[in-house]
Design a protein around this ligand. Structure first.
Ligand code: FAD
Ligand code: A2P
Length: 276
């Protein structure tokens, strides 16, 4: 990781503007020139299920809210809310959001929704989280939720990025889980982390779709092939990625579910568009 880009700011005295739905930024960490995470105060009334997303944003130049969907990366029990964000150079929101500092205000609409929730899956023994890029965010929430380990014997998180530095947010989060007093014992021996890169060499190079298809994921982790009786999955990445994983899961006999009709896997887009 480029240390110059890893700037953690602490809460400053600057007060947030008192607009409706405004929350105060408490911490910002820049991971790469394309990625950052930040924490904000949590509205007292906000209840959400780990894995859901909300609309957040800033006031636009025209004085109206400029909002985008963001997965909540913190678990449902946390006092604050955490988000993990892309920086799109010319993106209407993130070209400005990337400059937020502790003490600034952001708009947060407290209406959480989403399909990447435990309620949308039938009971199973093993839960796979398949993510690319910022698609890791909803799983950053679910990985820190004890319910995940109460419901499943084994949890597997795959995260595929172009370069090694883009894995750092997830790598640190998972390392911290193992030492966590609340959840450390629950994850011991049951959580498997499988990071891969596609445009820079690393311990595991390649698209996760190819690594599943050739069987290497299962060989590396000592797991049996996907089985609709025991395995459940949540998927979050680009449209193309989601479609490719959906085809693999359906090919293995798993059916897609929803809040209204729980089944064996669920999918959500990490963003709309072709990528940057
Ligand atoms: P936009 O005009 O929104 O996007 C411009 C282009 O940038 C898009 O067409 C796309 O090609 C690319 N792009 C946008 N977002 C991403 C991304 N995350 N990764 C790679 N390329 C992207 N974004 C996050 O950073 N973190 C999240 O947790 C997150 N959760 C989302 C959940 C849902 C359900 C959806 C639909 C989107 C989510 N997004 C998330 C994307 C987010 O809503 C915005 O698109 C993003 O913040 C960029 O906003 P923008 O106004 O700067 O650019
Ligand atoms: P690749 O480098 O081979 O395109 P992005 O930054 O474009 O959102 O991509 C994030 C990661 O997701 C990259 O490693 C990219 O691999 C991978 N990826 C993109 N599309 C797919 C797909 N259809 N199937 C599997 N992996 C994908």
């Amino acid at each position: 990781m480029n240390e110059q880009l890893t700037v953690t700011q602490t809460l400053s005295a600057k007060a947030a503007p008192a607009l409706p739905d405004t929350q105060t930024v408490t911490d910002v960490t820049h991971w790469t020139d394309r990625l950052f995470s930040f924490r904000v105060t949590r509205p007292k009334s906000l209840r959400f299920r780990s894995g859901e997303f909300v609309m957040i944003g800033l006031t636009g130049d025209n004085g109206r809210p400029l909002l985008r969907a963001y997965s909540i990366a913190s678990p449902a029990w946390d006092d604050e809310l955490e988000f993990y964000s892309i920086k799109v150079p010319d993106g209407p929101l993130t070209s400005r959001l990337q400059h937020i500092r502790a003490g600034d205000g952001i708009i947060l609409r407290p209406k959480p929704v989403g399909t990447l929730v435990h309620d949308a899956l039938l009971p199973g023994r093993r839960l796979y989280f398949f993510s690319t890029g910022t698609g890791f965010a909803p799983f950053a929430s679910l990985l820190r939720d004890p319910e995940t380990y109460e419901k499943y014997e084994q949890v597997i998180i795959t995260h595929t990025c172009r370069e090694v530095a883009e894995l750092e947010y997830g790598r640190r989060l998972i390392a911290a889980l193992h030492g966590d007093p609340l959840i450390g014992e629950m994850v011991a021996g049951r959580l498997k982390y499988y990071p891969t890169t596609t445009r820079e060499d690393s311990a595991t190079t390649g698209r996760i779709t190819d690594l599943i298809t050739c069987g290497r994921l299962f060989d590396d982790l000592g797991l049996p092939p996907l089985d609709p009786e025991t395995d459940r999955a949540m998927v979050c990445g680009s449209l193309a990625f989601n479609n490719d994983i959906r085809a693999i899961l359906e090919g293995a006999g798993l059916c897609e579910g929803a809040n209204s009709e729980p089944a064996q896997f669920v999918v959500e887009k990490a963003f709309v568009g072709d990528g940057v």
